[in-house]
Design a protein around this ligand. Structure first.
Ligand SMILES: Cc1ncc(COP(=O)(O)O)c(C=O)c1O
Length: 427
């Protein structure tokens, strides 16, 4: 392979999305140079448009006070509606199936309130063994809320002994054998530790064939890979907006509810006035009539400053032409990074993220094995050493450095320098 800096620069010169980097604030190293930022899988960088949109809300508040709810180019009362179109395109949904509201774990709870109703023999929730802790806690507490024994009712899909990745055949076997006991399957679209992309389409088909409801946590999938939630007939999905959606720490999250459920007023739900019919919301009556879209799950009037950041960010993604061209660049860039890592560092690292295009997104999860003298190394020490050289990656216990070249703002040259600096650290 061509391992030169000139080759990386040539790839950047031929990149049709290279201009998008200008739309982001890139953090600086102490010497004033751009950081090598590879942590979009944790917190995406700030889009210039996000800052502008937040300033627009602050200005409107300053000028108009309460009238900001109704006046200006982006009045606050319907503010979340300005996000719907872009958001539905990102996840492959109809506009009535998506809403930006609350935060990720809160939305998981709201969804489980509607879609986990144990009855008869069907009482179990199936998750993966290494689920993100918040998802694990949410599921555990939902089981307890329904007075279900956690030990008996939390089914865990585990990687095989000695393996890191989840094997789909094992899941399909669990569905086949225990399908009539499983009420809900809650899985990630992209596993946060390994970066493995799950086959959401087939999982949903197999689960539905056994009468199981299917929800996905798309925290690491949205803005990273292409999604077709409506076509795959997923029941619900939730995601945050601070990773590949670049909307700022703790910003407002997203939620998908399948078309076939949104019009069902009988579904159990925790309700609030923002989910109530818009035409009578301000009549201040006490008969809840849910909006017949995903908006019907909203609780409170939303934090508009945060929604503004989401608006600026989604508009930035739209400037790039949406998820398709971003994914095309991402595949190319991540493959380049993988090839360079393997070529330059060989046995000294192990990339646990699957290699095939259908099973991986931006992120590579790298285990550091050996130093230049083949001595075993503590990955955490390497992570710190990289940071001291202006490379921002992300450490996940027990033993992984996550590196995510993000097609919106990373360059092939960033990838080149990452490998060069990691090699220096290992030496
Ligand atoms: C896969 C996954 N699920 C859940 C969460 C929790 O998100 P929040 O704190 O926004 O509820 C995260 C946070 O990074 C995550 O990566």
């Amino acid at each position: 392979m061509n391992t030169t800096l000139a080759f990386a620069q040539e790839l950047d010169n031929n990149d049709p999305l290279a201009y998008m980097r200008e739309h982001f604030a890139i953090p600086k190293q102490k010497n004033g140079a751009d950081e090598f930022y590879f942590t979009g899988n944790s917190l995406g960088l700030q889009p210039i448009l996000a800052k502008e949109a937040v300033m627009e809300v602050l200005d409107s508040w300053q000028e108009r006070g309460v009238r900001g709810h109704f006046e200006g180019e982006y009045p606050w009362l319907p503010y979340h509606e300005f996000l719907t179109e872009h958001c539905s395109q990102l996840v492959g949904a109809k506009p009535e199936e998506v809403v930006m509201m609350n935060s990720l774990t809160a939305n998981l709870h709201l969804m489980m309130t509607s879609f986990y109703q144990p009855h008869g023999k069907r009482t179990k929730i199936l998750i993966e063994d290494h689920a993100f802790p918040s998802d694990h806690y949410a599921v555990e507490s939902q089981l307890k809320h329904h007075h279900q024994d956690v030990e008996d009712n939390m089914m865990l899909w585990r990687p095989r002994s000695g393996e890191e990745l989840l094997n789909h055949q094992d899941l399909y076997q669990m569905i086949e054998q225990h399908g009539d006991e499983i009420a809900l399957l809650l899985l990630p679209g992209v596993q946060y530790y390994t970066g493995q992309v799950l086959d959401m389409k087939t999982i949903t088909e197999k689960a539905h064939a056994k009468g199981i409801t299917v929800g996905f946590d798309l925290a690491h999938a949205v803005g990273n890979i292409e999604l077709e939630l409506h076509q795959w007939q997923v029941d619900f999905a939730c995601w945050c907006s601070y990773k590949y959606l670049n909307s700022g720490a703790g910003s407002v999250a997203g939620c998908f509810v399948n078309e076939q459920h949104v019009k069902n007023p009988e579904l159990t739900r925790f309700a609030g006035w923002w989910g109530h019919d818009k035409s009578t919301r301000f009549k201040m009556e006490n008969k809840f009539k849910p909006i017949p879209t995903a908006e019907g799950w909203q609780l409170s009037n939303p934090p508009v400053l945060s929604l503004a950041a989401v608006r600026g960010s989604l508009e930035t993604i739209a400037l790039a032409g949406g998820i398709k061209p971003l994914r095309a660049k991402s595949v190319k860039m991540t493959q380049y990074l993988r090839a360079l890592l393997n070529h330059e560092l060989g046995q000294r690292i192990v990339i646990i993220t699957p290699e095939s295009e259908s099973e991986s997104g931006c992120q590579l999860s790298v285990m550091i094995n050996l130093d230049a003298n083949n001595r075993h190394l503590d990955g955490r020490v390497m992570f710190d050493a990289l940071e001291a050289k202006g490379v921002t990656t992300d450490w996940r216990e027990p033993n992984v450095i996550r590196v995510a070249p993000v097609p919106l703002y990373n360059t092939f040259e960033d990838c080149f320098h990452f490998v060069r600096l990691l090699k220096e650290c290992l030496a």
